[in-house]
Design a binder for this molecule. Sequence first.
Ligand code: HEM
Ligand code: CU
Length: 483
Amino acid sequence: MSVIAEESGPVVIAPQLGSVKLSMLLAGVVILLMMLFGLTMRAAQGGLITIDPALFYKIMTAHGAGMVGTAGLTGATILWFFTERYVSLAAGVFWAFLGFFLLGVVLILGAIFIGGYAGAWTFLFPLPALSGGLWQPGAAIVFLLGYTSIGVGFLLLHLEVGRKLIAKYGGIGGALAWPLAFGSGRPEDAPPATVVAAMASTIFNSLGIVVGAAVLVVSIVNLAFPEFTVDALLAKNMIFFFGHVFINASIYMAVIAVYEIVPEYTGKPWKTTRVFAIAWTVVLLFVLAVYPHHLMQDWAMPGWAVAMGQIVSYFSAIPLIAVTAFSLLIYLRSATSMRWDLTSALLVLGVAGWTAGSVPAVLDGMIVVNKVMHNTLWVPGHFHTYLILGEVAMAFGFMAWLVRSGDERLSGLPGTAFWVYVVGGSGFVLMFLISGAMSIPRRWAVHLPQWHLQAQIASAFAVLIVLAAALFVLRYLTRIRWS
Ligand code: HEM
Ligand SMILES: [Cu+2]
């Protein structure tokens, strides 16, 4: 196990390699399966295959829930693995996390493919109860219990990480490097970059999940006792607060892999500077405050909240770009030698894709644009950019690193797979964005003939993604050593 020297904390050797490798293997397999689901949907939209619309919405629900959950799983696994370098974490907590996660997966898949639940991963109130006869309330309850189980697992993990960081680094402020950010603290005394990122994402993800759990419980009670209802706008606020924070947290956790692994390639540690510390505190506040950009079409929302969603959206990209993308550029330029292999290429792609995806996201976070683009394929266009080319690229990069062997190069089959992934991913998301700009709606099982071509081209690109991802996962599987 590699060990890095860090003035600000004793070096801890990560012993929990087996559970982490297993978690990433499960994640890789689920991502691949869900990508096949995605390809099925896009091919159906292109008229290449015909599937029953009822099945389309089951697949869409499984794809959304499965992908978002797995993004969270990979992010949290990366966070756990690298936080272990600085504080010792109870191994049992990670196993419990995995156990709750798997239980949740079983419940969710059962609810969808046995119970017929197809109300989308966003379980927007009161949709789970309005199936039009397609599923029983019990199926929706099981789906929501699956989420609850996954949420419990995440909370356990974050509580363990949070309490250990707080104990070691002198409270939340210490772990967030506030003395350096806002006081006269010296960079030499600041906690490592990983600790700052782990503390911030632990705080916002915990808040998001607690709010999510509350609205889950309310929805479950509503399904069991329909006379108990809840204010729909409040429920929507809670769901999108949770959903926005959760998917963002998955990326902010995965970026820890960049902070920890890229220095192995450049020979320079990723330092906690004042700008870095300030930026992470800003990220913490912005991730929580920006969620109303999901409610711009809800005329009953207070104007100030929607305006805040737009304004914070503008500024949200800045700390991200300052903290990670810009530093990575400086870092790569100043490195005397940079070795490119599958790991480093995927990690750098992850940061680039994340940054690129923030552009269409900010655009859609503007009220005037949102009026036109809302509920078009522009929306899946922006989030598939920072998920396929961002979060998932970082997760694949971490997997490649876990099974690395000394002196690799970006050539041969892995090199080809990398470029196939880049081309497939870029082409696929571009087709979503183009379709969105042409006002093609999202979440339609059947597309008009004049939209078929876009979906067909996108399907071809999706095949490339699937092929490359299959190679990443197979390569991981064949090289993995459990000892
Ligand atoms: C080969 C890769 C992928 C393909 C072909 C694909 C395809 C699709 C398609 C066709 C849709 C429905 C679009 C519509 O609204 O009409 C969709 C939705 C979605 N995808 Fe993907 N996707 C892929 C990868 C991913 C990844 C990696 C993630 C996340 C980590 C993801 C997360 C989602 C989510 C959250 C939705 C929204 C579901 C909803 O509207 O309820 N996808 N995807
Ligand atoms: Cu959002």
